[in-house]
Design a protein around this ligand. Structure first.
Ligand SMILES: Nc1ncnc2c1ncn2[C@@H]1O[C@H](COP(=O)(O)OP(=O)(O)OP(=O)(O)O)[C@@H](O)[C@H]1O
Ligand SMILES: [Mg+2]
Length: 239
């Protein structure tokens, strides 16, 4: 369970998050909203890239914001980025291994076991020795995902992992996200503009609009909400 209380972030005059208060409890929670709504900013507050002006986040009874970013990673916070961060001249396995370097996984055999489990889970076990540069867009996304799954994750934050993927790739991504809770024991927060993806994976969904909580609840109900539809129609017209 994650309790977000009164979290505000401003960049100059822009209120990117305005007193956000919401409790998240489901295994996969969606975060949606138009461009600039504050979705990535919220993940940045979780991971420590952005320090909020006020507010708190308690995650599984731990004061997340009291920890420094590297402590949050050790605690089990993981994220993928809106622009993927795969290193071209490292092998696939080394890209994942680099993530484990800063985490307290003691034995070498345990590290290797976790890397293999994560790569197998994202169906890249046959690519472990290939360079990052040899991968296509989907495979790069999967490496990015595998990096979030090593070192006993507790919370996995995914920022538009489906961006730029083809339909059948999005289907595979969907299945992959759905299994994270069971396979790795982590809760997932998923930002995506693809409403079908959100509907198929997220039990509950947060809707942000101009840094405000526009709506929160079971995903099916949220997606039927007229205010939410209006916010989305806004972006569909704009894109
Ligand atoms: N580092 C920053 N400096 C200044 N303004 C920022 C910064 N990061 C975000 N913002 C502003 O804060 C607001 C929220 O941005 P954010 O990136 O969180 O939106 P988002 O919901 O992730 O949008 P998108 O769907 O386009 O990714 C926007 O107005 C954005 O321009
Ligand atoms: Mg964003």
């Amino acid at each position: 369970m994650i309790a977000i209380r009164d979290v505000s972030v401003s960049f100059g005059g822009v209120l990117a998050l305005n007193n956000l208060t919401v409790n998240l409890a489901d295994s996969v929670v969606g975060i949606i909203g138009p461009n600039g709504a504050g979705k990535t900013t919220l993940l940045n507050v979780f991971s420590g890239f952005v320090t909020p002006a006020c507010g708190s986040i308690r995650a599984f009874d731990t004061d997340l914001l009291a920890m420094r970013p590297h402590q949050r990673a050790r605690w089990g916070l993981r994220r993928s980025f809106q622009t993927e961060q795969v290193v071209d001249d490292l092998s696939v396995a080394d890209n994942v291994r680099a993530m484990l370097d800063s985490l307290p996984v003691t034995s070498r055999s345990e590290r290797e076991r976790q890397i293999e489990k994560a790569l197998t889970y994202v169906q890249l076990e046959g690519k472990a020795d290939e360079l990052g540069s040899a991968l296509n867009t989907y495979q790069r996304r999967m490496v990015e995902l595998a990096k979030t799954l090593v070192g006993s994750p507790r919370i996995v934050l995914l920022d538009e992992p489906g961006a730029g993927l083809r339909e059948e790739e999005v289907d595979a991504l969907r299945q992959t996200i759905l299994g994270i809770g069971e396979q790795f024991g982590a809760m997932t927060l998923l930002i995506d503009h693809d409403v079908e993806m959100i509907a198929a994976t997220c039990i509950s969904t947060v809707v942000l609009d101009f840094g405000e909580l526009l709506a929160f609840g079971p995903t099916a109900e949220i997606l039927k909400d007229d205010r939410v539809k209006a916010a989305y129609l806004g972006i569909e017209e704009a894109e």
